[in-house]
Design a protein around this ligand. Structure first.
Ligand SMILES: Nc1ncnc2c1ncn2[C@@H]1O[C@H](COP(=O)(O)OP(=O)(O)OP(=O)(O)O)[C@@H](O)[C@H]1O
Length: 475
C-alpha cells in the first residue's frame, strides 16, 4: 500500500508507512533521439542566423580568415588579408571617431555579449531571483541586444510574463555584481522590454575644472558640468526654480558657482541679475563683489532682499498682465536669479518667528509666481526633509548630490527615483571622487541622470569677481 504525500512532487513521492524513509521515484520520459537531434540542430541554426543578423561585422571578421584558409590555403589567405588590418589601422589613425563608432564599439559589443552577458546570464538570473527553475526547466528573461557606447553597455531585455519594472529595480545590486559592473540602471523601453545600463568607465571619476566662460551672453540652459555619458550637463535656470540638496561637503557650492559663472556674460550684458542670500556667510561672500548691493547675509537683510524680489515680481506681473504670458530677458526686465545658500538657516532653523514667516512667505511667493515674469530661485539645502523645507515641491527642478540616507533620495527627486538607480546615498564622501557628483531628473524623462558639476575654485571666483564685479563696464 502506497501513501501519497502532498506537495509539488506528490506523484513522485511514495512511502509504505508514515515512519519509513521517503522513496524518490523520478518520472522518466523517453524522448526519441531523433527528436533531440532535430531540436539541437534547429537551435544551432537559429543561433547562427541570429548571430550573423545581429553582428554582421564581427561575424565577418571572425569567419573570413578561416574560410579563406580553407578555400585557398594559408599563404593566399595571408596575402589577401594583409591589406585589411593595414586598412583598418589607417582608418583608425585618420578618422578615429568613425572607426570607433562603426568598428571598435560593435566588436566590443559582440565580445561583451558573448563573454560577459550570455555566459553569465543564466546563473545571474537564477541567483538574483529574476529567472525561475521550475519542473527541471529554466524560465529566463530574454537577453536581447548589447550596444556599447563610449562609457557603458546598454543591454536590452525582454522580461518574463508577469514581471514588473520594480522586480528589476529591486535587484540592481545583484545585476551589477553579477556582470562585474560598478552599478546598474534600469529603464522601461516599451511594454515588457527594458534596458539595463552598465557603466564600463566613469567619466565623472575625476574632478572637472571650472568651465570656460560662455562667449555669448546666455540665460541658459547653462553648462555647469558633465553628464555620465560625457555630454555637457546643461542646467535650466530661466523659467524654473532649482533646489540643490546635498549633505555637508557634497559640493553644492560647485553647482551654484558654475551656474553663476555661466551667467556672468549675460549679467554684464544686462540680461541677468544675480541676487545672493548668504546666511552662512561662507559660500557667496567670496564673490561678493559680483552681487553689488544685491547681497544679504543677516536674516533681516535676507528677508528685506527677498521682499524686494517679490515687489519686482509683482510690479512686472502687473505690467505684463494681459500682454504677455512668458518672460523674455531684456535690459529693462532682466532675468533675476535669487541664489540662496543653505535655505534652512532662513526657514527651519530661524529662531525669530516673525522673520521666519516673512522669509517663508516671500520664498513661497517667488517660487509659485516668479517663473513667468523672469524671477528664478536657486536654493541649496543640506537636509531635504519636509519639516526642514516644506516648500521643496515648489521647485520644479531638483538636484540630489550626496545624501546621508537612502530615503532622502526620493524626497528630493520624487518617488521611485532611487529604485531607478539614483543612488545619491552611495556617492563617495571623498571630495575628489564624489564632491559635485549627483543625480538629476530631466523634464522629459523619469529616469535619473548622473552628473558632476565643474569645480569653481577660490582663484576662479576671485578672477570672476575681478573681471565682472558689479558696476564694471563691459570690456
Ligand atoms: N565639483 C567638485 N569637484 C571636486 N571637488 C569639489 C567639487 N565641489 C566641491 N569640491 C570639494 O569639496 C569641498 C566641499 O565643497 P562645498 O563647500 O561646495 O560643499 P557644500 O555642499 O557646499 O558643503 P556645506 O554645505 O558644508 O557648505 C570643497 O572644499 C572642494 O574641495
Amino acid at each position: 500500500m502506497f501513501k501519497r504525500l502532498p506537495g509539488d512532487e506528490a506523484r513522485n513521492l511514495v512511502t509504505t508507512t508514515p515512519d519509513t524513509a521517503v522513496v524518490f521515484r523520478p518520472a522518466v520520459v523517453q524522448t526519441p533521439a531523433i527528436l533531440t537531434l532535430i531540436i539541437f540542430t534547429w537551435r544551432v541554426l537559429t543561433g547562427c542566423v541570429r548571430l550573423v543578423w545581429r553582428h554582421p561585422v564581427a561575424t565577418l571578421i571572425t569567419i573570413t580568415p578561416g574560410a579563406l584558409t580553407l578555400a585557398c590555403g594559408w599563404r593566399t589567405a595571408l596575402l589577401l588579408l594583409t591589406p585589411v588590418p593595414t586598412g583598418l589601422l589607417a582608418w583608425a589613425i585618420t578618422d578615429r571617431q568613425s572607426f570607433t563608432r562603426l568598428v571598435a564599439l560593435r566588436l566590443l559589443a559582440w565580445w561583451r555579449l558573448t563573454w560577459i552577458y550570455r555566459r553569465h546570464w543564466q546563473p545571474v538570473m537564477i541567483v538574483s531571483g529574476l529567472g525561475r527553475h521550475l519542473w527541471g526547466r529554466d524560465y529566463l528573461p530574454r537577453l536581447g541586444k548589447v550596444t556599447c557606447t563610449a562609457w557603458a553597455d546598454l543591454v536590452t531585455v525582454r522580461m518574463l510574463k508577469g514581471q514588473s519594472l520594480k522586480d528589476w529595480a529591486d535587484r540592481l545590486d545583484h545585476l551589477a555584481q553579477g556582470f562585474g559592473a560598478a552599478s546598474c540602471r534600469v529603464t522601461l523601453t516599451k511594454g515588457g522590454h527594458l534596458m539595463l545600463t552598465f557603466p564600463r568607465t566613469d567619466p565623472l571619476a575625476v574632478p572637472l575644472a571650472a568651465l570656460p566662460l560662455p562667449e555669448t551672453p546666455t540665460v541658459g540652459p547653462v553648462e555647469v558640468g558633465k553628464q555620465e555619458d560625457g555630454r555637457p550637463w546643461l542646467l535650466k535656470v530661466h523659467g524654473t526654480h532649482v533646489l540643490v540638496a546635498g549633505a555637508t561637503g557634497a559640493g553644492k557650492g560647485s553647482v551654484i558657482w558654475s551656474t553663476i559663472r555661466g551667467l556672468l556674460p549675460a549679467v554684464r550684458a544686462g540680461l541677468v541679475e544675480i541676487w545672493a542670500l548668504d546666511p552662512k556667510l561662507m559660500e557667496l561672500s567670496f564673490g561678493r563683489a559680483l552681487f553689488g548691493d544685491r547681497y544679504a547675509a543677516t536674516p533681516e537683510d535676507c528677508a528685506d532682499l527677498l521682499e524686494q524680489a517679490v515687489t519686482v515680481m509683482q510690479k512686472r506681473a502687473a505690467r505684463f498682465a494681459g500682454l504677455q504670458r512668458s518672460h523674455t530677458p531684456t535690459v529693462e526686465d532682466p532675468f533675476v536669479l535669487v541664489v540662496v545658500d543653505e535655505v534652512a538657516f532662513l526657514t527651519a532653523y530661524q529662531a525669530d518667528r516673525q522673520l521666519k514667516q516673512r522669509i517663508s512667505a516671500a520664498l513661497a511667493t517667488l517660487t509659485t509666481q516668479g517663473r513667468a515674469v523672469g524671477i528664478g530661485v536657486m536654493a541649496a539645502l543640506q537636509d531635504p526633509r519636509k519639516e526642514v523645507m516644506n516648500i521643496r515641491n515648489l521647485f520644479p527642478d531638483k538636484i540630489a548630490l550626496r545624501l546621508d540616507e537612502s530615503e532622502q533620495v526620493d524626497m528630493v527627486l520624487g518617488d521611485g527615483a532611487r529604485q531607478r538607480g539614483a543612488l545619491a546615498d552611495h556617492i563617495s564622501p571623498v571630495p575628489e571622487l564624489g564632491a559635485g557628483v549627483g543625480f538629476v531628473r530631466l523634464e522629459a524623462s523619469p529616469d535619473p541622470i548622473r552628473v558632476r558639476a565643474a569645480y569653481v575654485c577660490d582663484t576662479d571666483i576671485r578672477d570672476m569677481a575681478a573681471t565682472f564685479a558689479a558696476g564694471k563696464d563691459a570690456a
